[in-house]
Design a protein around this ligand. Structure first.
Ligand code: 26Q
Length: 857
């Protein structure tokens, strides 16, 4: 496409300025000069939004008129990050925006950082859903995302002298200009009540007497794809809310004095459950899951019937992907709707349901598989429970024929067992494809967690390795590195990330190495500014302390950011820190690489051990940063409140990316990919997607692999052969570090001391029937220590380091969600790209120009 001329840029920026002024005066009653940052931000977004509407409308109309197969992605979590900057980039409006800001006397940084991002997820799974939306839109795949619009997203984390404090996330305190409330599209969801047999339908299909009726109000967010021309597609992310429908308030209960119950259904979507681990038995959570499933399904049916006269094409036109088991009750609800409302026979309905549904698993920890108490389930969702009973009866009957005299197997595979409803079993049975999120993960699913299902349905299991959108995580987060790349291989990589491999040609080029190091230095400087300002630690009453970092950008930036979890082993890194500190004290005059170690991540509010690990790191931080000898060589920072925009500052600055989970426990990881794309070298176990990253980057350029393999770990577990105590006593370096947890070396008062002791005991003593050191921290310590020595040696050779880094970036072509979405489209959905119809686009554009004759294009 031809670049726009100066005249056009100028004219476009004039239009935008006029629109901003228009919104300021008509919505806020303000003129430009008076507008505060909030008002300016909103007016700016409203003005930008107009352009989005054209392609949004044209996308919807194209897909509607062409009656294409569509995928509906259901996820309880989304972490989209900030919208404004991404939208400016995908509209390719940087230049125009630059001029607008100049003309209106505002700064880009102030504008984009004014946005408060939605924190509607816990971590990896939610961020993956958002990366998928970006790639679906970019690939022009007919798609829609469904989720919940929580009033309060994941808590805001503050760390007061080492203690995690959770504060409510008030993301809706000002208006969100990126969402559109669609009153006409609201839907009713029915729960509880008494089931009664309904006439003329299969036996298990019941009517409901006296149900609770909850209105779900949709809010639509446009997700812009990237296109080198201006025919980008816009996918809708539709989030349901129960807040804005006054009738959800149960006045009868209120009148009966049950104030708590009266408001339950207006507050259903109030909070995101703040845990990425086992959270069973939470009534509201099950109601939330059903709300998502039921409202989305009704919406899917409504859309389907706007294009089709009868149900016959449903199985062909509709694909539904469930992001983990959280929306899995959809399988029962789809069966119910097909049989009850559309008169489909049971057997055929089951075929349609399986055909339509795909299930992605994100965890290997069997204790984290979702299971609901049967009584609770039956009480809240009586009709769906009946359906599950029938599904399960059919399934178990089939099993008994196939495996006669193997009741144990039937029990293990049954959906209803032990007083529980097992959502993973339901999901596998009700889907045509089940996928893991990295090769190792999928293999372990087949060999262990879902082995018997795999035996039964070998073709159902597929792997689709995760990715990330390189547009947000490289192009937007690290514009200097992006232009470093584009100068060398052109801009084609933005759309087709496999082209990044061509960067390898420049890895050995000294000029490129130097420039890479300069880009990295600038990113580190930016992060240091943040750490020394907003990112400073807090004292025991929450007041921010003066900056306490001594190191500059010449130090090695060694970073671990992710949810805090024992299996992710922040503790391993902490122990290594203690060792380094002790070594420095012992021998202060040995030349050593300077290192700034950065952590960030939230612990689930109820996860004591994780909170204690944060506390330990803060203790180390206080000790090391305030020690006049050690702080010349080693600094530690725990950045509170990790979220997408903060990750966008932290990740580009990393020299070393820590991906050190116990092998076999991290399903995939996606932070690992973001770091590597930004030219960090990975210190990593052979876990999750690390394995495939190593293969893609090749062993030659992947120097810091360490630790026991997942086979070794499994072996130690099954043979019960692991002896943490022997490792501890056999390694004096390690022993001294572990002892620091117990001997009050790090703690400054009693409570700290008690906390840290708990870590000591978790490593060395069995408790509640579980083994010491369940995550094999001590096992991998030595190998971690050795690899960290190599890190420092290589860091002494900056140009060599840069060569490695450039090879790492060049090897990341596979890890874009564009590739992942293409694979889902081929292997699971059988979905093809549907670009915008140029005629429709032109017609919508013309209508827009007619509505406002001042617009330029
Ligand atoms: C379940 C029931 C009740 C309440 C909460 C939950 C719940 C919520 C979130 C359970 C799990 C999660 C999130 C899991 C998650 O984020 N898993 C990560 O998914 C990433 C994307 O596939 C992987 O890269 C990570 O390895 C995996 O840990």
């Amino acid at each position: 496409m031809n670049e726009p001329t100066q005249d056009i840029l100028e004219a476009e920026s004039d239009v935008l300025v006029r629109k901003i002024k228009h919104y300021l005066i008509t919505i806020f009653g303000r003129v430009l000069e008076e507008a505060d940052a909030d008002e300016y931000y909103l007016a700016f977004c409203y003005a930008m939004r107009e352009k989005i509407m054209i392609n949004w409308q044209a996308t919807a109309e194209t897909w509607l008129t062409r009656d294409v197969r569509t995928v509906y992605y259901l996820s309880m979590e989304y972490l989209p990050g900030r919208f404004l900057n991404n939208n400016i980039m995908n509209l390719k409006n940087q230049e125009v925006v630059g001029r607008v800001l100049k003309k209106t006397g505002r700064a880009l940084h102030d504008l984009v950082s004014h946005e408060y991002e939605p924190n509607l997820g816990n971590g990896g799974l939610g961020r993956l859903a958002s990366c998928f939306m970006d790639s679906l839109a970019t690939l022009k795949m007919p798609a829609r995302g469904y989720g919940l619009r929580y009033q309060y997203g994941l808590f805001e984390q503050q760390i007061w002298d080492g203690v995690q404090i959770e504060k409510p996330d008030l993301w809706l305190r000002t208006e969100n200009p990126w969402e559109f409330r669609r009153d006409l599209r609201k839907l009713m969801v029915k729960l509880c009540g008494t089931p009664i047999r309904s006439p003329n339908v299969p036996e298990e299909v019941y009517d409901l007497v006296d149900p609770e009726e909850v209105w779900a109000m949709p809010y639509d967010i446009p997700i812009l794809g990237y296109s080198p021309t201006n025919d980008f597609a816009v996918v809708t992310l539709r989030l349901w809310s129960t807040k804005e429908s006054p009738r959800n308030f149960q006045l009868q209960r209120y009148n009966a004095g049950r104030l708590d119950q009266a408001a339950e259904n207006t507050t259903l979507t109030d909070v995101l459950y703040p845990s990425d681990v086992h959270e069973t038995g939470r009534r509201i959570r099950l109601k939330q899951e059903f709300l998502l499933a039921s409202a989305s399904l009704q919406d899917i049916f409504r859309y389907y019937f706007s294009r089709n006269k009868d149900i016959s094409a449903f199985g062909d036109k509709v694909r539904i992907q469930i992001n983990d088991t959280h929306p899995a009750v959809l399988i029962a609800e789809l069966m119910r709707m097909l049989t009850k409302h559309f008169n489909v026979a049971w057997k055929q309905a089951w075929e349609i349901t399986q055909n339509c549904t795909g299930y992605t698993n994100h965890t290997l920890m069997t204790e984290a598989l979702e299971a609901w108490d049967q009584n609770l389930f039956r009480y809240l969702l009586p009709r769906q429970y009946k359906i599950i009973e029938r599904i399960n009866l059919d399934f178990c009957t089939m099993l008994r024929t196939k495996y006669p005299n193997d009741e144990d197997r039937v029990r293990r595979m049954s959906v209803l067992e032990n007083g529980q409803v097992r959502m993973a079993n339901l999901s596998i049975i009700g889907s045509h494809k089940v996928n893991g999120v990295a090769e190792l993960h999928t293999e372990i699913l087949k060999a262990r967690a879902f082995r018997e299902f795999y035996e039964l349905y070998p073709d159902r299991f597929v792997n689709i390795t995760n990715g990330v959108t390189h547009r947000r995580w490289l192009r937007n987060a690290n514009p200097d590195l992006a232009s470093f790349i584009s100068k060398r291989i052109g801009t084609g990589w933005i759309q087709d990330f496999s082209q990044i491999s061509r960067l390898a040609e420049f890895a050995a080029d000294e000029e490129s190495q130097k420039q890479f190091l300069e880009v990295k230095r600038a990113c580190k400087s930016h992060l240091l500014d943040f750490l020394n300002d907003e990112g400073r630690p807090r004292d025991a009453v929450g007041k921010q302390l003066p900056a306490n970092l001594k190191l500059d950008t010449s130090a090695l930036f060694d970073i671990q950011v992710k949810r805090v979890h024992e299996y992710k082993r922040q503790l391993l890194k902490a122990l290594h820190l203690i060792v380094r500190y002790q070594e420095i004290l012992e021998n202060p005059f040995v030349a050593r690489a300077k290192r700034l170690v950065i952590f960030s991540g939230k612990a689930a509010a109820s996860y004591e051990m994780a909170k204690t690990i944060i506390r330990l790191i803060s203790c180390i931080d206080k000790k090391v940063n305030n020690d006049p000898v050690a702080n010349q060589l080693l600094n530690v920072a725990y950045v509170e409140n990790y979220f997408v925009s903060r990750a966008e500052i932290i990740i580009p600055a990393a020299d070393v990316s820590e991906q050190i989970s116990t092998a076999g426990m991290e399903a995939s990881g996606t932070g690992n990919m973001k770091f590597s794309m930004n030219g960090a070298l990975t210190v990593g176990t052979e876990d999750g997607a690390n394995v495939e990253m190593r293969q893609a980057i090749t062993d030659a350029w992947w120097p810091f692999r360490f630790g026991a393999s997942s086979e070794e770990i499994t072996d130690m577990r099954t043979k019960n052969s692991y002896r943490a105590w022997d490792l501890y006593t056999g390694n004096s370096r390690l022993k001294r570090a572990v002892d620091a947890l117990r001997y009050r070396t790090l703690a400054t008062h009693d409570i700290e001391h008690q906390s840290l002791s708990a870590l000591y005991y978790s490593l060395l003593e069995s408790s509640w029937g579980s083994q010491p050191d369940r995550y094999f921290v001590l096992k991998d310590f030595d190998s971690y220590y050795t690899v960290q020595k190599r890190v420092e040696a290589l860091y002494q050779m900056p140009l060599k380091w840069a060569e490695y880094a450039i090879h790492n970036i060049a090897g990341m072509g596979k890890f874009s969600t564009d590739r992942a979405i293409s694979e889902y489209s081929n292997k699971i959905w059988d979905l093809t790209s549907a670009p915008l119809d140029p005629e429709i686009l032109e017609r919508v554009r013309a209508a827009y120009r007619e509505s406002d004759p001042t617009v330029v294009q």
